[in-house]
Structures are given as structure tokens and as C-alpha cells.
Design a protein around this ligand. Structure first.
Ligand code: SAM
Length: 285
């Protein structure tokens, strides 16, 4: 069976009485080049253990299993159990787990199910939970790379540099943990049902060391969130509104001490600049 051929998939799913769920972000790939190119981009070999989120009917799982040592595929929708039992039959290096990936202890899962392998994530993610999923992968700290298809708009935000409209707090969080690469776009016509938006594949590579030394990482992200919570305000106003105990004049003084114009906006400050600001605030409190 061709797992990206729409008539094959339609026959398979109707035989098992399966109905697509919008709330589970179920848009399945129907263009063979896409899962092949995603798997190709994930830099796999026989020593790699892949965590895949949401195998669907298994088209990407199949491509991953051809290239990696083992694939652990976690699927929330139990209705896909008989479907996957059929499509992935005989694939010795694939393990299926039915449950919510957001409720898993990811480092423990990797230790127990992908032992001795280089852990990576590769998936066509359910778009409604992209941010919590990426946050969980980065906070788990155990994945060398995360190669995923997500909405193009979110992909652009993740990879955006300072002084661009897409630049913001979530991108800075990802860039703090990883090097980011925007790889290629995939149009809605490659899925069934078709999503309303274009998708993009990105690759995140974990940094061995954080890009800059900072005194208090938690404070750094409080500063970044405050800066972008009130995008239209000057950074001094946004900081005094978002950081308890910090007055506007004090915020302006901090910015001046860091070499910034006191009227600067958050979107003009790069990661190194936010680190200087967070360290300056840290030295005051
Ligand atoms: N990999 C398939 C493909 O590329 O055709 C399907 C991708 S589809 C965009 C997302 C998949 O993730 C669906 O199979 C959905 O049921 C599953 N899913 C949604 N939320 C999930 C969660 N929290 N944990 C695990 N799987 C989830």
C-alpha cells in the first residue's frame, strides 16, 4: 500500500471506520516527496532513535524507519491503532505508543524506549499544540535535533532575527536553546484534509552551550516576555509594566547603562541585548 496515495488512504480509513478529527490537528500527507524529504532532513542513521509525534497512517514513520535505528511513534488517537497495525506491520524497528505526548516524561521515555541511541524528534506536528510541544522538546533537554513540519507563520516566528515583524518572545526562547533553520515550504495541496495555511519544515539543533552567559535565566525570559507583551510601547514602558518594582525612570536608566536609546522598542533588541538588560536588572535587585 502507498501511504501517501489518497485513494489507498481513503479505502484504508473507511475500512476501519475512521473519521478525521480537527481538534487533533489531523491533516495527513498525500504527496510522497514530503515525508521522504522530512526524513532526509532529520540527519538519521542506524544509531539514531527517533521520537515521532502523531504517526497518523504512518507515512512519515515508514520513511523514518528506513533510515533510523528505531522509531518510537506516539499517537493520541486510539482509532488509528488498527490502521497502524496494518500499515506498519513487519517494521521491526518501530514501536507504537498510544497516549498524549504532552503527558509523557520525555527524558524517561527516551531512556527506557530509545536506549543507547542518539535521540532526535521528527514529526509532522498537530498545529494546534505546536508551542507546547516544542517547549516540551526543548525543556526535556535530551534531543539533539528537532525536525518538524509546522505552520509557516510559526516557523517564521521561530527563526526571525531582531528588527523583523516576526521577531518575538517564543522565537527568542527557541533560539536560546537551539540553532534554527527554515528548510522548505509545503503547500496545503499536499494534505488531506487540506489545511488553510502553508506549512514549513524547520530543524532545531540543540546548542551544547547557551549563546551567552546570563546571571538569571528565569529573569531573562521575564524581561523578554515583558518586552513583547506590550509591543507598541517603548521597552522602558513595557519593562516597568511587566517587571514588578521597576519604575519607568529606572527602566530608562537601565537601558542607557546597556548602551540603548531609552525610547528603543523591544523588537530592536537582539538576544545579546536582552542578556545585558537582564543582568543590569539583576544587579539592582
Ligand atoms: N504523521 C502523519 C502525516 O504526516 O500524515 C499525521 C500528522 S497529523 C498533522 C498530526 C497527528 O498527531 C495526528 O495523527 C493526531 O492524531 C496526532 N496527535 C494530535 N495531538 C497529539 C498528542 N497530543 N500526542 C500524540 N499525538 C497527537
Amino acid at each position: 500500500m502507498n501511504l501517501t496515495d489518497y485513494s489507498d488512504i481513503r479505502g484504508l480509513l473507511s475500512r476501519h471506520g475512521f473519521h478525521f478529527s480537527k481538534s487533533l490537528g489531523q491533516n495527513f500527507l498525500t504527496a510522497a516527496w514530503v515525508p521522504a524529504r522530512i526524513a532526509e532532513s532529520a540527519d538519521l542513521d542506524e544509531n539514531t532513535g527517533v521520537l515521532e509525534v502523531g504517526p497518523g497512517v504512518g507515512c512519515l514513520t515508514e520513511q523514518l524507519s528506513l533510515r533510523a535505528g528505531k522509531v518510537l511513534a506516539v499517537e493520541l488517537d486510539k482509532a488509528l491503532k488498527p490502521v497502524l497495525a496494518e500499515t506498519l506491520q513487519g517494521r521491526e524497528n518501530v514501536e507504537l505508543l498510544f497516549g498524549d505526548v504532552l503527558k509523557q516524561d520525555l527524558p524517561a521515555l527516551v531512556r527506557e524506549r530509545l536506549p543507547g541511541l542518539r535521540p532526535v524528534v521528527c514529526a509532522n506536528l498537530p498545529y494546534n499544540v505546536t508551542t507546547p510541544l516544542l517547549t516540551a522538546f526543548l525543556e526535556a533537554g535530551c534531543f539533539e535535533t528537532v525536525t518538524v513540519m509546522i505552520q509557516r507563520e510559526v516557523a517564521r516566528r521561530i527563526c526571525a532575527p531582531a528588527n523583523t515583524p516576526d521577531y518575538g518572545a517564543f522565537g527568542l526562547f527557541v533560539q536560546w536553546h537551539c540553532r534554527t533553520e527554515l528548510l522548505f515550504d509545503v503547500p496545503p495541496s499536499c494534505f488531506v484534509p487540506q489545511p488553510k495555511v502553508t506549512s514549513s519544515v524547520i530543524r532545531l539543533t540543540r546548542r551544547e552551550e547557551k549563546p551567552f552567559a546570563v546571571r538569571d535565566e528565569e529573569l531573562l525570559f521575564r524581561v523578554i516576555r515583558a518586552a513583547f507583551n506590550q509591543r507598541r510601547k517603548t521597552l522602558a514602558n513595557a519593562l516597568s509594566a511587566g517587571i514588578g518594582g521597576l519604575g519607568k525612570e529606572q527602566a530608562e536608566e537601565i537601558l542607557a547603562n546597556c548602551g540603548f536609546d531609552p525610547r528603543i522598542r523591544g523588537e530592536a533588541v537582539d538576544l545579546a541585548g536582552f542578556v545585558r538588560i537582564a543582568d543590569e536588572i539583576n544587579s539592582l535587585f
